[in-house]
Write a protein that binds this ligand. Structure first.
Ligand code: C2E
Ligand code: MG
Ligand code: MG
Length: 741
């Protein structure tokens, strides 16, 4: 009983009882009590009201009471005590008043809103007690204290807390407060969703909850240990102490679903704030990314990347453990024509079925991958230490596979049979890369195809040696380019007895093996993509040479032809490459001629036509090399801006002895001439061949008869010589010109 209203109540009561205890006689004591009561009543810093409990009327109010509610004392005396209450509270308070009136309640403490005369509501604290119980009924004394400020403060605080709570509720994190004793004191909705556990929860304590969520007892203990370790770290010394680093767990929620959840926490004085973060979406996204990156969308089988990954691991472990493994490449025979006749959709369905049969056969024991197109590659691991036994075992497996694939496939109601060629490469403790192993299987598969399809072929060591040599050569070519080991040799191109230009032919001056013929390295450069830098080098070198010739009077008119391979030509940047080379050396485009092959023209007619037209517009010339050896088609002869046809040397060689070759050579000349193209014969070695061609209106030629391809200074000397002595037979045949023929 220490607050101000309560102390006042005591004082007023005692004064009142003294006043009434005097029995109505006006004694000095009574007067003094009267006076003090009046003073206290009137001057009190709290509102005081004297109320008739039975009738609910206000009998007397002090000044402060009037101030609080804004009515005069007179007005208030006309009112009921409950008139000023907020409508929500009238009924309840009527009942309280009744109970006080019948003596059931002696004292009350209420927090109420009173409606002031102005209509505003004011929050007040009300202390009510029974002042007297006599014939006139029960009289109450109410002390009323303005509590607006305090209420406002409380309101602000509770708004803040409510706001914070609603934020916490909506956080995408599961939060729960676990008291030191293990009881859950608070949790948000996300926590319930992720980790609410059956109907027993949240009455569960922390330990049983964690045990129910994480089935693995070891992990349960691990979390316990982490918590204890964290608790024992002195927080004053280490600012990170008290924070449980998030760790991934697979927890089972009350819906029975296992979810991947990051569990972290913060140790606080009052317990631990658990923080759960659902990783399921990330996991799903991660799995999807993994699926897209490592699986073939058509068959759902591992793709080439995953295969290579597993093969690399397998090669490592085979080497360490001296075990054999094998790669088996399965290629559907004639799939292209099957695909063409069935249509793409059915072709896809067929590939899916092949994949399914392979999976039925080996399941998870073998990595079955779709390698690309109609190729499937199987990786067999751990086939024992002996390669012969491994091969025998594989043959058995292949018999089983053959049997499984022999049954006709039913593709959208259509039955079809497929045969397969199989290439196998067994590996063991040798130091081989995945590339080499796969290439070996590929070579074996092509050998199998060469042997009449539907056969199987093991990759043999001889092939392997070839493969190794190719790999070494690829590496050496890289080095050769960097160390300027490549040069151009020049073979004269003759027209009506005059050297009008040259064909630049690439030579590799290998530091150990001497000059290497382009036939030995161009195909490999094409396969490996090295043709791109190599071709670019040739173009630049040719342009540099043309520029140098432009300053020599006898060389100024020379046209230089260079060979362009298909892969180089079809690169996006090819046209730019040529233009840049010409620009860099300030070359007259009419002096440059590009020799293309028929196969190049065939592969993408539109791209070819567009690129040729672009360069032609600058003046660059085009020759069609090795004409007659490819799938000649008159269509592209007409459509493409060609200047020259080169009769392949194979027809020229026997032009005098083979009537067919002679006829072909004559036809090519007639065809070229009728299309307005110049015709040049390649590989002219004898005067008789030259004369035959001349008789048949082919006046341009190239061949050993004039000179083999030679270094530039020899070529320049030859041009000089030819200017004085128009007798091709004598131009350089007696000298060793040092070229590769
Ligand atoms: P190609 O363009 O048809 O070049 C003609 C080939 O015939 C040259 O072989 C040349 O030395 C040879 N030859 C010239 N006259 C005679 C002769 O009278 N009799 C015989 N039997 N052969 C003769 P080479 O230099 O070994 O070039 C072979 C092929 O390599 C070229 O055939 C060309 O397709 C390719 N090649 C050469 N240089 C390059 C290049 O810079 N880039 C590209 N992509 N390919 C090139
Ligand atoms: Mg050529
Ligand atoms: Mg040729």
């Amino acid at each position: 009983m220490s607050s101000l209203p309560q102390r006042m109540l005591v004082a007023i009561r005692s004064l009142w009882s003294r006043r009434h205890g005097a029995g109505g006689r006006p004694t000095a004591v009574l007067r003094e009590a009267e006076a003090r009561f009046g003073q206290l009543f009137e001057q009190a810093a709290v509102g005081v009201a004297h109320v008739d409990a039975g009738q609910g009327r206000l009998l007397q109010v002090n000044r402060r009471f009037c101030d609080i509610v804004g009515y005069t004392a007179q007005e208030l005396r006309q009112m009921q005590a409950l008139d000023m209450l907020h409508a929500d509270e009238v009924e309840g308070d009527k009942e309280l008043m009744r109970r006080m009136a019948v003596g059931e309640l002696k004292e009350l403490h209420l927090e109420r809103r009173l409606r002031c005369k102005s209509g505003e509501l004011v929050w007040v604290d009300i202390h009510v007690c029974v002042l007297s119980e006599g014939e006139e009924g029960v009289r109450l004394l109410s002390l009323v204290q303005d509590a607006s400020d305090r209420y406002l403060l409380r309101q602000l605080r509770s708004d803040g807390v409510r706001h914070l709570r609603s934020v916490i509720q909506r956080l995408p994190l599961g939060l729960a407060m676990v008291e030191t004793g293990g009881r859950f004191a608070y949790w948000n909705d996300e926590f319930l969703r992720l980790a609410g556990h059956g109907s027993r929860w949240p009455s569960m304590d922390w330990q049983s909850w964690w045990g129910a969520m994480e089935g693995d007892p070891q992990k349960v203990q691990r979390m316990q240990r982490r918590l204890e370790a964290e608790r024992s770290r002195p927080r004053s010394e280490d600012p990170t102490a008290g924070a449980l680093k998030p760790e991934e767990y697979e927890l089972r929620g009350r819906d029975g679903v296992r979810r991947c959840i990051m569990v972290g926490g913060l140790l606080l004085d009052e317990g631990c704030l658990l923080i759960l973060q659902d990783q399921s979406q990330y996991k799903l996204a991660e799995e999807e990314i993994h699926r897209l990156a490592f699986y073939d969308p058509l068959t759902g089988l591992p793709n080439r990347r995953l295969l290579v990954d597993r093969l690399q691991q397998c090669l490592g472990s085979s080497r360490r453990r001296l075990r054999c493994g094998a790669v088996l490449l399965l290629d559907a025979d004639n799939f292209k024509s099957l695909n063409d006749s069935l249509g793409l959709e059915k072709g896809d369905a067929l590939l899916r079925q092949i994949g399914q049969r392979l999976v039925q056969l080996w399941g998870e024991t073998v990595t079955i991958s779709r390698y690309g197109g109609d190729d499937f590659v199987m990786l067999f691991e751990d086939l024992g230490a002996d390669s012969v036994q491994a091969a025998a075992h594989l043959e058995g497996e292949i018999q089983r596979m053959r049997a499984a694939l022999r049954e006709p496939f039913s593709v959208v109601g259509q039955s079809c049979r497929v045969t397969f060629s199989v290439g196998i490469n067994i590996f063991g403790d040798q130091d081989m890369g995945s590339d080499e192993v796969l290439r070996g299987a590929e070579m074996a598969m092509y050998q199998a195809k060469g042997q009449g399809r539907n056969t199987l072929q093991f990759f043999d060591p001889e092939l392997q040696a070839v493969l190794r040599a190719r790999t070494a050569m690829e590496q050496e070519m890289h080095e050769g380019l960097a160390q300027s080991q490549f040069v151009l040799h020049y073979q004269p191109q003759v027209e009506r007895g005059r050297i009008v230009g040259a064909e630049g032919l690439l030579r590799w001056k290998h530091p150990r093996r001497g000059f290497i013929s382009p036939n030995a390295f161009i195909p490999l450069a094409e396969e490996t993509g090295l043709i791109q830098p190599l071709g670019e080098w040739v173009l630049n070198e040719a342009c540099r040479q043309l520029q140098a010739w432009s300053r020599l009077p006898q060389m100024q008119e020379m046209v230089l032809a260079v060979n362009v391979s298909a892969r180089q030509f079809h690169m996006d940047q090819f046209v730019d490459q040529v233009l840049q080379a010409m620009n860099a050396h300030g070359v007259n485009p009419y002096r440059l001629k590009l020799e293309l092959t028929e196969s190049l023209l065939l592969s993408d007619m539109d791209d070819t036509a567009a690129k040729m037209a672009q360069l032609k517009a600058y003046g660059v010339g085009f020759a069609l090399d090795d004409f007659g050896t490819g799938y000649s088609s008159l269509v592209y002869l007409k459509r493409l801006p060609l200047d020259q046809l080169k009769i392949d040397s194979s027809f020229v060689r026997d032009v005098l002895s083979d009537a067919n070759d002679a006829a072909i050579a004559r036809t090519i000349v007639a065809l070229g001439t009728s299309l307005g193209l110049q015709v040049m014969a390649e590989g002219v070695e004898t005067e008789a061949q030259r004369r035959f061609l001349e008789v048949h209106q082919c006046h341009a030629w190239q061949g050993f008869l004039s000179s083999p391809p030679v270094p530039v200074e020899r070529f320049e000397a030859l041009v000089q010589l030819a200017a004085q002595q128009p007798m091709p037979q004598t131009w350089g045949r007696s000298q060793d010109l040092g070229g590769v023929q």
